[in-house]
Design a protein around this ligand. Structure first.
Ligand code: FAD
Ligand code: 2MC
Length: 380
């Protein structure tokens, strides 16, 4: 994090968030990963600092922070635990979608509890048969006597089962993106069920489950935004979400770099500190340089999103692709610099590698990010 580029408010935000991450996340992150424990009590503590409504407007109970502020928050949190930071980023993406696209009744009903993290939120786009090609989704919402009846299966849903509020993209019209609408589904709505918690390589401190919708009957007031606007709402949520995930990669990688510096300073071989070996110093220098470049790209995209720049989706995709690839590479190099110790769970490096790997896949794979960037280049 380049301190000189930050305002005084941003420096204070970074300090507060880092203190929280050091005190409440870092000491427990390895245990949560091992035990597959989702620490909802700690998320509620985070909400005490405003981290349940980072982008929600202040009048609706949130912090009203910009995306440029938000990426600092998620980098700090992820320096202690990318898995928890990643979930918080998703929760905040959903809270922003409700604040931005919801009507007054929806905002008043949902946002106070989401900002306090008394209720958690999940985002439901992916299906077993529609991942990257999200506009091919087949979950159906059929109108019936002033209600909507939702039937379908959502795959890989972060926080599923623990979350109370689900933004679900479902088909209300014909094929393609224009036939999709967004709905607010509650865990307690009759017909909502969950698959088993998936066993995963990383992101173990949060559940990933299917959300099964079996003729879930929703009143008309559960439509989020207008009928047919669901795909646009989903994509606009993801623009900010992709920056959150990118920032989580920066935080995890920065922690891996810091740990490598400490390890090489401490470890001796061939009669000197490993930190004095020029090949390893060059490796550290490259890791720091590549992370700084990734951070600059994330910041540029966040500022574009904040000012409503038409190029923002393209810049967010570019930043997500580059920061998550760089973050993973830096973490993997840090593991190598630790030698055999990097492979041991207790050093925490292999957890960072496992957690950061999925950032190249979720919220749009890095191939899809290239599709978006290439379209931006060729259609500009
Ligand atoms: P596919 O779409 O089947 O892709 C397979 C491969 O083909 C990938 O490498 C992909 O990049 C490549 N590919 C596909 N199309 C193209 C193309 N046109 N050009 C080049 N390459 C292409 N989803 C949610 O909605 N909510 C969540 O909370 C959520 N959380 C997740 C948590 C975890 C731990 C994981 C693993 C996934 C999560 N996802 C979630 C789903 C995630 O967004 C999808 O896995 C992702 O979008 C890819 O979809 P897919 O898995 O169906 O892969
Ligand atoms: N921002 C704003 N609008 C967007 C957008 C974006 N990033 N991407 C697409 N749109 C709009 C686009 O402008 C178009 O609008 P209009 O009809 O007004 O012209 C509409 O959406 C349809 O877009 P496309 O014509 O580009 O649709 P297509 O089907 O060709 O491709 C693609 C869309 C591939 C970009 C989209 O399906 C995609 O992003 N796929 C990846 C899916 C994904 O990211 N899933 C993540 C799930 S969530 C998750 O993993 C979590 C952990 C929470």
């Amino acid at each position: 994090m380049t301190g000189t580029l930050l305002t005084d408010d941003q420096k204070a935000l970074v300090e507060t968030t880092l203190d929280f991450a050091r005190d409440h996340l870092a000491p427990n992150a390895l245990d949560w990963d091992r035990d597959k424990h989702f620490p909802v009590d700690v998320l509620r503590k985070a909400a005490g600092l405003g981290l349940g409504g980072v982008y929600v407007r202040e009048e609706a109970g949130g912090c009203g922070l910009s995306r440029a502020d938000g990426v600092l928050v998620f980098e700090c949190l992820a320096s202690a635990c990318p898995s928890i930071a990643g979930y918080l980023s998703i929760h905040n993406m959903v809270a922003w979608m409700i604040d931005h696209y919801g009507d007054d009744a929806q905002r008043e009903r949902l946002l106070p509890r989401l900002c306090a993290m008394d209720d958690l939120a999940s985002y439901c786009l992916t299906e077993p048969g529609a991942g990257s090609d999200a506009a091919a989704l087949t979950t159906r919402a059929v109108p019936d006597g002033g209600h909507w009846v939702l039937t379908g299966v959502k795959q890989f849903i972060s926080g599923a089962g623990a979350s109370q509020t689900y933004v679900v993209m479902a088909r209300t019209g014909g094929d393609g993106p224009g036939g999709v609408s967004a709905f607010l589904v509650d865990r307690d709505d009759p017909g909502v069920g969950f698959g088993p918690d998936e066993r995963k390589m990383g992101w173990n401190a949060q559940p990933t489950r299917q959300v099964v919708l079996d003729a879930v009957r929703l009143p008309a007031g559960r439509l989020l935004g207008r009928e047919g606007d669901g795909f646009r709402i989903a994509m606009n949520g993801l623009n900010g979400g992709r920056l959150g995930i990118a920032a989580c990669s920066l935080g995890g990688a920065r922690s891996a770099l810091d740990r490598s510096l400490a390890h090489l300073a401490d470890r001796e071989a061939f009669g000197r500190r490993l930190l004095d070996a020029e090949a390893l110093r060059f490796r550290l220098a490259d890791m720091a340089t590549e992370l700084a470049a990734a951070r600059a790209l994330v910041r540029q995209a966040a500022e574009a999103l904040d000012r409503g720049d038409a190029q923002a989706p393209y810049l967010c995709a570019m930043a997500k692709r580059f920061a998550t690839d760089t973050g993973y590479t830096v973490a993997d190099r840090a593991l190598q610099l630790h030698g055999g110790y990097g492979y041991l769970s207790e050093y925490g490096i292999e957890k960072i590698v496992r957690d950061l790997r999925v950032h190249q896949i979720l919220e749009g794979t890095n191939e899809i990010m290239r599709v978006i960037v290439a379209r931006g280049l060729t259609e500009a």
